[in-house]
Write a protein of this length. Structure first.
Length: 146
């Protein structure tokens, strides 16, 4: 063998190995094509389903927001109706008496918080009676003015 043939043999051997690997890879790619195609179809179906789910979620959020708005509107209407019922247009003393009721309620709350500090149940009843008397004293002149 000549040196030229030896050199060609050395170069040809890696090329043959590379060609063999290329052929093997092409066979593996052809074998995997159906699997890849099936997975591609599955991914497309999943994407379509995800898009549909997102659209449904958007619809549900819009419906929820509408229901929340309707509930708030109904609550506001009820409050307005109650407020209109509690105010008597023909009776100008209705507003002060409503304010007086609120003040009495606040006074009762304050007194209720002070109750644990009171010494005995009798003392508590005396305080409540005094509060009732003072409220009655304030209410009578208002009633006379009306």
């Amino acid at each position: 063998m000549s040196s030229r043939q030896t050199v060609l043999g050395r170069v040809a051997q890696p090329a043959k190995v590379a060609l063999g690997r290329q052929l093997q890879s092409e066979k593996e790619a052809r074998t995997a094509e159906p699997t890849i195609a099936a997975q591609t179809d599955a991914v497309e179906k999943l994407r379509t389903g995800l898009d549909g789910t997102r659209a449904k979620l958007g619809e549900l959020r819009a419906e929820r927001d509408e229901l929340v708005a309707r509930a708030k509107s109904a609550r506001a209407q009820n409050l307005m109706t109650d407020a209109v019922k509690s105010v008597d247009v023909l009776d100008p003393s209705s507003e002060p008496s409503r304010s007086e009721d609120k003040v009495r309620g606040e006074e009762a709350k304050a007194l209720g918080r002070q109750e644990p500090a009171a010494s005995s149940p009798d003392a508590r009843f005396e305080q409540l009676d005094a509060l009732g008397d003072s409220a009655e004293i304030e209410a009578r002149p208002a009633a006379l003015k009306a």
